[in-house]
Design a protein around this ligand. Structure first.
Ligand code: DC
Length: 266
C-alpha cells in the first residue's frame, strides 16, 4: 500500500498557496513541496503563458483587449497537475516547453494585465483548486502572484516567497544563460524587473498580506527553502500527527526550523 499523503494524515483536504515575484524560486519549491506531500501542483503562471502562446498562435494582436479576452474565454486549456510531470495542453497540443520561451516571457504581462482575460483564468484556477481538494490527492500547492490574496485566501497555508532582486536576477540568469556574469544578468533584467513592475499593476506580490507568511529565500538553497515551507505547513495546517507514530511522514519532513535564522517572518 502506498504511504499516506498529507491530507490523509491530517484527515482533511490541504491547500497551500504560494505567491512571489519572478525568480523567487516559487515554481521549483512549490512543485517539490507538492511532490513530498502527495498533493497536486498548479502553476497558474503557466496558464497566463498558455493563453499568451495561444493568442499569438492565432495571430492576434495582444493589445486588442477584447479579441484576446474572447480568445481566452474559449481557450481549450488543460493543466496537468502531477508535480512529477506537470504539463500544459492547448487544443490537445503539448506546449509545456514553448510557453517558457523568451518571446512568451516577454509578452505574457500583456495578457496577465488584460482584466477580462484575467478574470476568466482566475475562475478556472479557483475551479482547479476546488477540484484538487475534492480529488484523489486531497489538495494542491498552487503558485502565482495572487493566490494567497485573491484566488485562495482561505488556503490552509499561505506563503509569500521573495528573494532580493540580486538573488533573483542571478538565479534566472543561470537558468537562462548558464551563467550569472554581468552580461547574463543584464540580458535577464527585462524578464525579472520590467515584468514584475508590469504585473504589479494587477496583483500585489511584493509584500505579504495579513496572515500570509513571508519567506525570504535570498540566502537559502532549494532544499532549505522547501524545508522552510514544509515547516510552515507543519505549524499552520494543524497537522494531526498524534497517531502512534504510524503515519509520520509530515513530522519527518520537519527537519529544519528556519524560523530561528530569520528567513521566516510570521
Ligand atoms: O510565474 P510566471 O513567470 O510563469 O508567470 C507568468 C506571468 O503571469 C507573469 O507575467 C505574471 C503573471 N501571473 C499573474 O499575473 N498571476 C498569477 N497568479 C500567475 C502569474
Amino acid at each position: 500500500m502506498p504511504a499516506p499523503n498529507a491530507p490523509e494524515i491530517i484527515g482533511r483536504p490541504l491547500v497551500i498557496a504560494i505567491d512571489g515575484p519572478s525568480g523567487s524560486g516559487k515554481s521549483s519549491v512549490s512543485r517539490e513541496v507538492a511532490r513530498r506531500l502527495g498533493l497536486e501542483y498548479l502553476d497558474t503562471g503557466a496558464m497566463y503563458r498558455a493563453a499568451t502562446w495561444s493568442a499569438l498562435n492565432a495571430g492576434l494582436d495582444l493589445t486588442d483587449t477584447s479579441a484576446v479576452a474572447e480568445h481566452v474565454r474559449l481557450l481549450d486549456l488543460r493543466m496537468g497537475t502531477d508535480p512529477s510531470a506537470p504539463g500544459v495542453w492547448v487544443d490537445g497540443r503539448d506546449i509545456n516547453a514553448e510557453i517558457r520561451e523568451t518571446r512568451i516571457s516577454a509578452s505574457v504581462s500583456v495578457v496577465a494585465t488584460n482584466l477580462p482575460a484575467r478574470a476568466e483564468l482566475q475562475q478556472r484556477q479557483r475551479d482547479l483548486i476546488e477540484a484538487a481538494a475534492k480529488g484523489e490527492r486531497g489538495g494542491c500547492v498552487a503558485e502565482g502572484r495572487d493566490i494567497t490574496t485573491v484566488i485562495a485566501p482561505d488556503a490552509d497555508v499561505r506563503i509569500l516567497l521573495t528573494a532580493s532582486e540580486e538573488a533573483r536576477l542571478a538565479r534566472r540568469a543561470r537558468e537562462l544563460h548558464g551563467s550569472d556574469d554581468a552580461t547574463a544578468v543584464a540580458a535577464t533584467r527585462d524578464q525579472i524587473v520590467r515584468r514584475d513592475a508590469d504585473d504589479s499593476a494587477v496583483s500585489s506580490f511584493q509584500v505579504a498580506a495579513d496572515g500570509v507568511l513571508h519567506l525570504d529565500s535570498s540566502g537559502l538553497n532549494l532544499e532549505q527553502t522547501v524545508q522552510a515551507v514544509l515547516d510552515a505547513v507543519m505549524r499552520n495546517a494543524n497537522a494531526n500527527v498524534g497517531n502512534g507514530g504510524r503515519h509520520n511522514r509530515v513530522t519527518d519532513l520537519d527537519s529544519a526550523d528556519l524560523a530561528s535564522n530569520g528567513a521566516v517572518n510570521r
